[in-house]
Design a protein around this ligand. Sequence first.
Ligand code: FES
Length: 234
Amino acid sequence: MRANFILDQIFAAPIEGEVFLRLAGSERLPLTAGQLWLGVSDPLSELLPTALYPAMDEEGQWYLAGSIPSEWQPGDRLNLRGPVGRGFTLPRTSRRVACVSLDERMYYLSPLMRQAFLQAAEVVYCGPPTPIRLPPWVEMFTLDQWQEWWEWAEYIAVQGSLLAVGTFFNRLAEKFLPDSRRVPIEVLIHSQIPCGGMAECGVCAVPTRRKWLLICRNGAVFDGYQLDWSVIEG
Ligand code: FES
């Protein structure tokens, strides 16, 4: 879909250069955890769209997160296109959900955490300390403590850059063999999205076992078993 929204508020995110956007009337947007949107504010000066990721605050209010042009201001009109590609698909039967953030962008996972909570799942967050307060129903672990929840989880979601997720899964290779496929693993990969698919620049390409896929077209969430980690590791 394409729709226009007024930028209601812009406030800083914990990652330098990234912000949170609140849009007036955003309840009209069909937001899904992990599913990308592309935005343009001034089509005369912005040749290419800006990638925006759904996020959520502790009260369950949606917002969009991303690195936006410095010209964007509250009150501007924002044209949004999306949703693009695939978001997280949490099985309705999952009752033990692990959310792994490989950097401070844990807020990309916050809508998924709430979705899990609403279906009565126990939720584990595994990642670096975050300045964003996690809900009291989320149990926290550090990245080094992955063995404490890996076998426990019925569904695992991971977010990070391509290099970070490749390094993470290559370190876990022996736990990631085919016989552990009983647990769905989905991976949100964030990257530069310079052209939003309009110029086929390939900057957002991700290697899978069969071919390269584009975050701006197929992602930003991928089946963890389809990604080719051996190519990804730096
Ligand atoms: S951002 Fe250019 S192909 Fe995806």
